[in-house]
Design a protein around this ligand. Structure first.
Ligand SMILES: Cc1ncc(COP(=O)(O)O)c(C=O)c1O
Length: 482
């Protein structure tokens, strides 16, 4: 239960941990922030960490580690085969998910590669609530196709629906019948969703999806990378979960899905990736790809200390006093911004706070990349680095035409156990300033556009000189302040 403050107006999320290791941050002058973002081709992935004050690009591999995790790293059993660390990881997976069969991969997308290699053949369909960039890239690379079946409520930017990541169950049934079960490589639930605002999936919906898969004879897969936030939302928003133990939820899911995989950069506050199953027939099907692409079965390309940290971190994912911190800080940021009138995705989800850039710069066409433009403006305003989750993050169609994103989002990730509340308030304040000066924001155009995963290393430039004008306005409003 959240700790209640005596004065309601003082109520803020209260951390149940203290900070014991700190890292110095830099906040550059606004002219230097302009120079940095332009040198980075207006792509926040290409910024240098030394030029960033708040790094909100991701929650992946940058979560705060606990004292127990760092202590566990010292006990790592660094051997190629038969490492005791691997046995401890298996024990943690058994404790949390209740299953014995586990494969390692060096991170989440490597697990996706193995999954795709084992199940996807040319012409096959994969059905999912929503795609993730790397998931889709692996599936399409092998000639498969991604069909998205999120309930339409998931694409409404602001509502009070608690589970906007839910599958549309009727459409799932119809799609399996239409394509035939033999042509469906697998059904994948992403809980919570990454590209549509970190929105969660209800337990009820996930169980219904697995029921349909069992009935139709189709493999069911859970991408559990964001499951700890999702479990927090189940516990706090879904009546059937209120009195369930957190562990009960994880175990129920593992008993129903054929395969679960996750990025340990997120779930377990560590690094690496894992694939698990209650039935060895699935892990057996994928096992041969692990030594081929990753490394031997007891380390899978991971540094062994990271596996120790993952084992301890996975156990910490059972603790509501740890897993509430991310969602509560995100909800706080989203509320501050919403109170200021800034368009954000509501209800707040996991992973981060998402600015709805379609409303931020409503007259900007998709092909001037509104979400990337707002991201550049936020960096100039505050040294805050977010991530474009809009049209730039899409792949062009095979004929080269743009695929416009359903939602043009700028994501401000809130890595778990990292920021203080004053930093979150600073972020809200700077974004409010950008919002008040949104009429100055102009579009972007490509100067170098890669064919695959262009959002990672593509470069763009401003159309006109709107960024210089934004800097002038900043100086007028903030004077000498950084
Ligand atoms: C839902 C989801 N699946 C898979 C991945 C890929 O994981 P990784 O970054 O460890 O490769 C991510 C990472 O952001 C994710 O959010």
């Amino acid at each position: 239960m959240p700790v209640k403050f005596y004065k309601p107006e003082n109520q803020v999320p209260l951390e149940m941990h203290k900070v014991r290791v700190v890292q110095k941050l830099n906040l550059l002058k606004v002219e230097d922030r302009l120079r940095a973002i332009q040198e980075a081709g207006n792509n926040t992935f290409l910024l240098q960490n030394k030029d960033i004050y708040m790094d909100m690009i991701t929650d992946s591999g940058v979560n705060g580690m606990s004292d127990k995790q760092t202590a566990a790293m010292m006990t790592a059993d660094d051997s190629y085969a038969g490492s005791e660390t691997w046995n401890r990881m298996k024990a943690a997976v058994k404790e949390v998910f209740g299953v014995d069969n586990l494969l390692p991969a060096h991170q989440g997308r490597a697990a996706e590669n193995i999954l795709a290699e084992a199940f996807v053949k040319p012409g096959m369909k994969t059905l999912m609530n929503f795609h993730f960039t790397t998931t889709k890239a692996h599936i399409t690379r092998l000639g498969g196709e991604v069909i998205e079946l999120v309930d339409p409520k998931g694409l409404i930017p602001q509502s009070d629906d608690p589970f906007k990541g839910d599958f549309n169950l009727q459409n799932l049934r119809d799609a399996i019948d239409k394509f035939t079960p033999e042509k469906v490589a697998f059904v994948r639930v992403e809980a919570g969703t990454n590209l549509i605002g970190g929105q969660p999936v209800s337990l009820e919906n996930m169980l219904a999806v697995t029921d349909i898969c069992h009935e139709k004879g189709v493999v069911s897969v859970l991408d559990a990378s964001l499951l700890q936030d999702n479990v927090y939302f189940m516990k706090t928003r879904e009546p059937m979960c209120k009195y369930m133990e957190v562990k009960e939820i994880y175990r129920l899911l593992a008993s129903r899905f054929d395969i679960i995989y996750f990025s340990a950069r997120k779930l377990s506050f560590s690094r690496g990736g894992f694939i698990l199953s209650s039935d060895p027939k699935w892990t057996d099907m994928m096992m041969e790809f692990v030594p081929l692409y990753e490394g031997f079965l007891t380390y899978g390309g991971m540094e062994v200390r990271s596996i120790e940290a993952a084992a301890q971190g996975l156990l910490e994912s059972l603790d509501m006093e740890y897993i509430n911190q991310g969602p509560e800080f995100i909800a706080y940021l989203a509320k501050e911004l919403d109170d200021y009138g800034v368009p954000v995705i509501l209800p707040a989800g996991g992973l981060g706070c998402h600015l709805n850039c379609t409303e931020f710069v409503p007259d900007m066409p998709h092909n001037q990349y509104p979400a990337a433009a707002v991201g550049a403006a936020v960096f100039i305003a505050g040294g805050i680095r977010g991530m474009e989750r809009g049209t730039v993050s899409e792949q062009r169609e095979p004929d080269g035409t743009e695929r416009y994103a359903e939602l043009e989002l700028q994501r401000l990730a809130v890595p778990r156990r990292v920021f203080t509340l004053s930093q979150i308030k600073y972020c809200a304040d700077r974004v409010k300033w950008v919002w008040d000066n949104r009429s100055l924001i102009g579009g972007l155009q490509w100067t170098m556009e890669p064919k695959v995963l262009r959002f990672f290393f593509g470069r763009m430039k401003e159309i006109g000189y709107w960024q210089e004008q934004l800097v002038e306005k900043f100086k007028a409003d903030f004077g000498d302040s950084l």
